[in-house]
Design a protein around this ligand. Structure first.
Ligand SMILES: Nc1ncnc2c1ncn2[C@@H]1O[C@H](COP(=O)(O)OP(=O)(O)OP(=O)(O)O)[C@@H](O)[C@H]1O
Ligand SMILES: [Mg+2]
Length: 240
């Protein structure tokens, strides 16, 4: 069945950060939020799963290391339920108010983790993403690409640091992070494959570089993309 998707008109700008674990999504999102705020551009930072009250309940189910019995289809549908609520309650209202929205993961994560890695099929995840988002896709999806072993080592290091600082004494790997290295290798290949399929919408950044270098590369990418939307008030503010 071919699903009909409606492109919703809005004056905002949606950015998603994607990629495997430990690529530096949270780190770089913090930098980008500051970049927009410094230019007086209203920005909303959100995440998947868990960007809404209902979503945070779904997140608990999805990431609980004890929930080993979730079927692949149930897993996909839980992510999609979270996304549908997220678009309706959080993302779309902010875009309609002309804000920049940055989401830590969005539709492409389902395409890669469930469609490719869990082998549910890209045709299914893409059609179901169309349905869940009502056709709302990011102006730009940024993939922080990193060799899986480096990404996982960074996550392990982050957990050790958190434990050391007693910030979170029970910090541990979540259900997705617990997957084997081979799975994370497939995740990386999946994102790269998707970026080749949609080279305009999806941009790859080398996340193995230093934090500062990655930060500059992202800013350059965003400026270029926003500049192309000349006449937009967003670009005028970035130019200031
Ligand atoms: N460019 C970088 N070079 C070295 N270390 C980095 C870099 N970027 C982030 N880190 C560190 O790597 C760890 C993981 O980064 P971060 O939490 O931002 O990744 P993430 O993609 O959000 O991970 P997750 O998938 O678990 O949410 C953190 O301890 C962070 O300080
Ligand atoms: Mg993160």
């Amino acid at each position: 069945m071919k699903l009909k998707s409606s492109k919703r008109s809005n004056s905002g700008f949606l950015i998603s950060f994607e990629g495997g674990e430990g690529g530096g999504k949270s780190t770089q999102i913090r930098h980008l939020v500051k970049y927009f705020t410094d230019h007086n551009i209203p920005v909303v930072l959100t995440l998947e799963p868990g960007g809404t009250k209902i979503g945070s309940k779904i997140r608990k189910i999805l990431l609980d290391p004890k929930n080993t019995e979730i079927s692949h289809r149930a897993e996909l549908l839980l992510y999609l339920a979270d996304r549908a609520q997220h678009v309706e309650e959080c993302i779309l209202p902010a875009l309609k108010a002309g804000k920049v929205v940055i989401s830590d993961r969005y539709a492409d994560s389902s395409n890669v983790y469930q469609g490719i890695c869990r082998k549910l099929g890209l045709e299914w995840t893409m059609a179901l993403n169309d349905y869940a988002t009502d056709g709302l896709y990011p102006n730009i999806a940024i993939i922080l690409d990193i060799p899986e072993k480096i990404g996982l080592a960074r996550v392990q290091q982050r957990i050790l640091t958190q434990k050391f600082n007693h910030k979170s004494s029970n910090a541990q790997l979540d259900r997705m992070e617990n997957e084997k290295v081979a799975f994370h290798k497939k995740v990386r290949q999946g994102f790269l494959l998707l970026s080749k399929k949609y080279p305009k919408r999806i941009q790859v950044i080398n996340a193995a570089l230093s934090e500062e270098e990655v930060k500059s590369a992202i800013q350059k990418l965003i400026r270029n993309r926003i500049q192309k939307m000349k006449g937009q008030s967003l670009w005028k503010k970035l130019e200031q």
